[in-house]
Design a protein around this ligand. Sequence first.
Ligand SMILES: Nc1ncnc2c1ncn2[C@@H]1O[C@H](COP(=O)(O)OP(=O)(O)OP(=O)(O)O)[C@@H](O)[C@H]1O
Ligand SMILES: [Mg+2]
Length: 379
Amino acid sequence: MTVKTEEKTLEIILDEMVNVVENSKDEIFHISEEARSEYEQLSRELEETKTKVIDYIEDGDQLEQNVSYSRKRLSEVSKHFDRYGEDEIREVYESTHALQTQLAVMRQEEEILRQKRDELERRLLNLDQTIKRAEGLASKITVILTYLTDDFKQVNDMLEEAKEKQEFGLKIIEAQEEERKKISREIHDGPAQMLANILLRSELVDRIFREGSSDDALNEIKSVRKMVRTSLYEVRRIIYDLRPMALDDLGLIPTIKKYIATTAEYNNVKIEFTSIGKDERLNQKYEIALFRLAQESIQNAIKHADATVINVKLEIYKQYVTLVITDDGKGFDPSEKKDKSFGIIGMRERVEMFNGVMKLKSSPGNGTKIIMQVPYEAY
Ligand SMILES: Nc1ncnc2c1ncn2[C@@H]1O[C@H](COP(=O)(O)OP(=O)(O)OP(=O)(O)O)[C@@H](O)[C@H]1O
Ligand SMILES: [Mg+2]
C-alpha cells in the first residue's frame, strides 16, 4: 500500500516538474517570438533610416553647391557695389544667408538620422543575441523535457518493477513460512498423532494378550499394522514434499514413477505415466525442477480438478526436455488471478529460470493441459 502511494507521489511530482518546464518553454518561445518580430520591425526602420540618410546626404551636397554658388555671387556683387543696386545686393545677401541656414538645419537633421541609424544597429545586435540565447535555452529545455518524460519515467518504471519484485520476494518468504507451518501441522496431526495412538494400541495388545484372548490380540495387531502403514505413507508424503531422496539416488524417472504410484493409490485416482527418449540422469538442478513441476501439476489436478485420469508425459531429448500433464477434470479460467495461490506462478518462474516456455490450456468443463519445455544440452 505504502509502496503504491510513494509511486503515486513520485508521479505527481514528476508531472508537476514537466508542467513547470513546459510552461517555461512556452514562455521562452513567446519571448523569442516577440524578439523576432521586434527585430523585423527594427530592421525595416533601419533600412528606411539608411535610405533617408543617403537622401539627406545627397540633398545636403546639392544645397552645399547652391550655398557656394550663392556665396560666390555675393562676393561678386559686394566687389562691384557700383554696378548693382542696394536692393539687389540685399537680396543676394539674404538668399545666401537663407541657404546657409537651410544647410545647417539639414546637416543637423542628417546627424540625428545617423545617430538613430547607429542606435538601431546596436539594438538589432542586442536583439539578435537575445534571440540566439532564447533558442539555446529552448533546446536545453527540450533536452530536460525528454529526460523528464522518457528517461526519468523509465527510472520510475524500473523502480516500480524493483518494488514489485521486492513485494513478490516477500510473498515468497511468507509462502515459505506458511509451508513450514503446514508441514509442522501435518506432522503433528498425522504421524505424531498416529504414533501416540500406536503406542496406546500396542499397550492394549499387551494387555489383551496377557488376559488370554489371542484372537482379539491378533485383530488389534492388524489394526495397529494398518495404522503403521498409513503413518508410513504420511511420513513418506511429507518427506517427498520436502525433498524426495530418491531423486538423488535413483534419478528423475524412477522418482516420478514412485511418486505417482503412492499418490494414485492414496488419492484413489488413475495417473498414467509415459516417458520417451533417453532414460539417463540429468543435471541435478534439472531433475529437481522437473520433479517439482510434475508434482505441482499433479497436486493441482488432485486438489482442484476432481479428475479421474491424470496423464504425465516426459520427453527427454538431446537438446530439450518436455513435460506435459493433462487431466480430465473440471478445468478453470487461467486468466483469473488468485491472491494466495503461488503454485502456477512458481512453475512459470521455474521454467523461465531455465529459459524454457510454459503453456497452460484450460477452460471450465474441459480439463487442463500444461506443456513445459526447457532447453537442455545433454553433452
Ligand atoms: N488442474 C486444475 N484443474 C482445475 N483448476 C485448477 C487446476 N490447476 C489449478 N487450478 C486452479 O487455479 C488456481 C491456482 O492454482 P495454483 O497452483 O497457482 O494455486 P493453489 O493450488 O490454489 O495454491 P498453491 O499451489 O499455492 O498451494 C487453483 O486455486 C485452482 O482454482
Ligand atoms: Mg497448486
